[in-house]
Design a protein around this ligand. Structure first.
Ligand code: IPM
Ligand code: MN
Length: 352
């Protein structure tokens, strides 16, 4: 029977719609070739809707989204809207409400892509960061007292639950086994200072490790992790970490793999609805110019279809992306590719 995937599409703000269009173009071509169907539904969430109606993410939309196989997201963030409103009101709320407890960020340097790291190539940079995606400093615990006075107190607490930490660690161990590469899992934390939160992480890590005797385990403080990501990225296979540290090290990861033009990620609920996105943001400077690189969004689409079970199609999309990078593009940076956003999408389709 022909497979049919029901996908919610949230193009969002800024360059989101432009790159999402290219991601969908490639997905449609792959679906024709591989014989699966896509049932796409558009949602106009984002800054424009908020400006018109004051709405960020209506409860009814959350309920509807639970009925999809996956969500494809462009970007959230608008220059006219105060930072935090759309990010917390849409992106983070989706992650929390859909319990997408894993943020999966592959850091893979493709052949032909320039990395700022001296003497490093694709054989050195190929790891995955598993970031906890629903707890930590992002949980919103804390508050403010006497705001605006000299006695102001601001508290922002990191929430770490045994359940939340354990399910994240298990996902990372399983992924490490499934990748079947170095089979090494590194816990990234700060056990020397955050002696409550990362003590919990470390104890759970050591305990669960006993169930995975085939996986080598390692530990690095977050500051040292940044150092090794630059100096010896080949040491990493899978890194598991909390929400805040994961946010920070994945931007560093994006830079060493060639920048925001190529970096994609997944917000995963293994038992529910997952959401895939390019991690570059809405890039207001480039909006509407047809200069933004759509490869990150195309890669997010590739991750999504892989996750849904179309592994062959995903492999073919990745191979086409690699071919476009090594044969056609002058650069991965917006405005410097030598092609427009749409032309890059067309090239990926051509090589499929
Ligand atoms: C990311 C982003 C988000 C985060 C922002 C936009 C809220 O930086 O997905 O990494 O901090 O998680
Ligand atoms: Mn981030």
């Amino acid at each position: 029977m022909q497979k049919n995937y029901k996908i919610a599409v949230i193009p969002g703000d800024g360059t989101g719609p432009e790159v999402v269009a290219e991601g969908l173009k490639v997905l449609k071509a792959a679906s024709k070739k591989r014989g699966f169907k896509l049932d796409l539904h558009n949602y106009d969430l984002g800054g424009e809707r908020y400006k018109k109606s004051g709405e960020t993410l209506p409860d009814s939309v959350i309920e509807e989204l639970k009925g999809f196989n996956a969500i494809f997201l462009g970007a959230i963030g608008h220059p006219d809207v105060k930072p935090g409103i759309l990010e917390k009101g849409i992106l983070l709320r989706l992650r929390f409400e859909l319990d997408q407890y894993i943020n999966l960020r592959p850091v893979k340097l493709y052949p032909g892509v320039e990395t700022p790291l001296k003497d490093k190539g694709p054989e050195h940079i190929d790891f995955v960061v598993v970031r906890e995606n629903t707890e930590g400093l992002y949980a919103g615990a804390g508050g403010v007292l006497k705001k605006g006075t000299l006695d102001e107190v601001a508290v922002q607490e990191s929430i770490n639950t045994r359940k939340g930490v354990e399910r994240c660690l298990r996902y990372a161990f399983d992924l490490c086994r499934k990748r079947g590469r170095a089979k090494k899992l590194t816990l990234c934390g700060k056990t020397n200072v955050l002696t409550y939160a990362f003590d919990l992480w470390e104890r759970a890590f050591c305990q669960i490790a006993k169930e995975y005797p085939d996986i080598k385990t390692d530990y690095a403080h977050v500051d040292a992790t940044c150092m090794w990501m630059v100096k010896n990225p080949e040491w990493f296979d899978v890194i598991v970490t909390d929400n805040m540290f994961g946010d920070i090290i994945t931007d560093l990861g994006a830079m060493i793999q060639g920048g925001m033009g190529i970096a994609a990620g997944g917000n995963i609920n293994p038992e529910g609805v997952s959401m895939f996105e390019p991690i570059g943001g809405s890039a207001p400077k480039y909006t509407g110019k047809g200069e933004i690189n759509p490869l990150a969004a195309i890669s997010a689409a590739m991750m999504m279809i892989d996750y849904l079970g179309e592994e062959e199609a995903a492999r073919e999309i990745e191979a086409s992306v690699i071919r476009v990078i090594s044969k056609d593009l002058k650069s991965l940076s917006a405005g410097k590719m030598g092609y427009s956003t749409q032309e890059v999408g067309d090239l990926v389709v051509k090589y499929l």
